[in-house]
Design a protein around this ligand. Structure first.
Ligand SMILES: Nc1ncnc2c1ncn2[C@@H]1O[C@H](COP(=O)(O)OP(=O)(O)OP(=O)(O)O)[C@@H](O)[C@H]1O
Ligand SMILES: [Mg+2]
Length: 212
């Protein structure tokens, strides 16, 4: 059975698809057979991104497929080494299904209270519904250039008791441009940006190995 990493949030636009693609591309680069299960049926962000990836002949290839149900996505789990769930914009009953199926649940969030509060609320809801708290990890995403804001955001997450992943995804035009070309956050044209995204990626890899 495939390793399963779910990327979900309560709020839209926090960086789920960006994190899901970061994870998928990098496992694929290490010869894993990877599928992104795109649960965002209305936007199909991951699906459209993969079309651009294929058109631009970017390697490694990553399979992306849209699914209505989590059970459909994992039905053929034996064919893959890793399935990454790219969650729908808002939390739905499927969010819990994704969390139940996942070895690790990643909740990307910005560091404003508008982002942090619903993130921790979702973590609590998942826990209340039987998800082991150790399986829930918070990834700081779309981070601006204020160190004070970042520090306070990190403290907020740590105080919640949930695991804060090392590394953050900084808000960078290069990340958006890479995505426009079908690339992930470690495939931008800028070494320092790629290296920073790689710290978050490694933290996800380490965490899933620890809690799976
Ligand atoms: N680190 C970043 N730097 C710059 N732009 C980013 C970054 N992360 C995400 N974005 C941009 O922010 C927008 C939302 O990101 P993304 O699609 O990853 O979020 P999402 O949580 O999947 O959104 P949705 O809830 O709509 O599915 C996109 O336009 C994306 O290109
Ligand atoms: Mg998305």
């Amino acid at each position: 059975m495939a390793l399963i990493i779910g990327v979900v949030s309560q709020k839209g636009g926090v960086g789920k698809s960006t994190v899901a693609r970061l994870v998928a591309c990098n496992y694929a680069a290490n010869e894993w057979v990877v599928k992104i299960a795109d649960m965002d049926l209305s936007q199909g962000t991951a699906t459209n991104w993969n079309r651009r990836r294929l058109q631009n002949e970017i390697t490694p290839k990553v399979a992306v497929e849209q699914f209505v149900n989590v059970s459909d996505a994992i039905k053929h789990g034996d064919h893959y080494d890793l399935i990454v769930f790219d969650g729908a914009p808002h939390s739905t009953s499927k969010t819990l299904d994704i969390a139940k199926a996942s070895n690790l649940v990643v909740l990307p969030t910005g560091v404003s209270l508008d982002d942090l509060e619903p993130t921790i609320k979702l973590a609590h809801e998942l826990k209340k519904n039987g998800i082991n708290a150790s399986k829930i990890s918070i990834a700081l995403s779309r981070i601006g250039n204020s160190e004070a804001e970042l520090t306070e955001g990190m403290e907020y997450v740590r105080a919640s008791g949930y695991h804060l992943l090392d590394g953050v995804l900084f808000e960078k035009t290069a990340v958006r441009r890479a995505s426009d070309e079908g690339k992930c956050a470690t495939e931008t044209g800028f070494k320092t940006i790629n290296e920073k995204a790689d710290v978050l990626l490694q933290a996800i890899v380490n965490r899933v190995e620890l809690v799976k």
